[in-house]
Design a protein around this ligand. Sequence first.
Ligand code: TYM
Length: 346
Amino acid sequence: MKAFKPRVFSGVQPTGNLHLGNYLGAIARFVEMQNSHDCIYCVVDMHAITVWQDPKELARNTREVTAAFIAAGIDPGKHIVFNQSQVHEHAELAWVFNCVARMGWLSRMTQFKEKAGKDRENASVGLFAYPSLMAADILLYLATHVPVGDDQKQHLELTRDIAQKFNNDFAESIAAHGYGEAFFPETEPLIQGPATRVMSLREGTKKMSKSDASDYSRINLTDDADMIALKLRKAKTDPEPLPSEIAGLKGRAEADNLIGIYAALAGTTKEAVIAEFGGSQFSAFKPKLADLAVERLAPIAGEMRRLLADPAHIDAILKDGAERASAIAAETMKGVREVVGFVGGR
Ligand code: TYM
């Protein structure tokens, strides 16, 4: 297998209501990866418009996700932070991938099925083609590692399928143009830690989600300390005390979720949390969880507010990131054009 330089890429949609799941499953992991890798973090505004977005809200939400990245500890000077639509190669490579991916592959995507619902005839073509654009995001930077929550696993498998099919279909041309045995890497998903799938606080079998009608189902990154404590106090639980062993979480989705959230916030494991709280009532555990959540999240919310008060500063960060991202993207796209047989170039 050809060796590719390790590089991390991941993205978050600016569709409002950034929540604890986005933070623990993705953004907090992005922060960790900065010590060991070159990282590119993208606010994927072109993905957002696969379902209707109010233009003013889209711009506001794009700045809000950027602020969340920075407030959480991502360094846009050392790494790259930008919004997708400023780098036109994403759309360009996505088109090529639309011609590599098969209808059958995309038809099997659960995110499309869930979002399109029963009225598929009325879903946008973009929503169907979404995974091709996501593969383009990643492969444009020849990214080798992608930290995401559990719900993105299928999309990352598809990204590998697209890379493999491109490498196979164009093998001769890839070699002839001096790119060796593979043009694109087989990207590895990084789905790790105790909070890869944070569940709704109202229903332990449903994923915590931006679009849940009940605001009590999620903790938003912009919630203040009182709201965080209130939502955790009201979180659904069962009447039993917390188990003393991990096996005791089986069939207790709400308990499992709260323990996972605690472990992720504390930077430890579910086992360690059980060792500390096994046998406790929820009435004793929930206030400790609330304190920890406030301690971790309130500074982020405060810093987001401060950053959002100066949108021009955020826009400058995105512009600078987009320029640096473009340099890498243009290089990859130049190669893709040669390999595919497109005449000329820019
Ligand atoms: P998005 O915007 O829905 O979510 C952003 C990240 O948050 C994770 N996440 C969760 N993790 C744990 N528990 C939850 N309840 C939870 N909800 C969301 C997601 O897994 C994701 O990592 N398609 C992507 C965005 C995207 C992307 C990419 C990601 C576009 N291009 C390229 C990686 C690489 C999405 O819709 O994420």
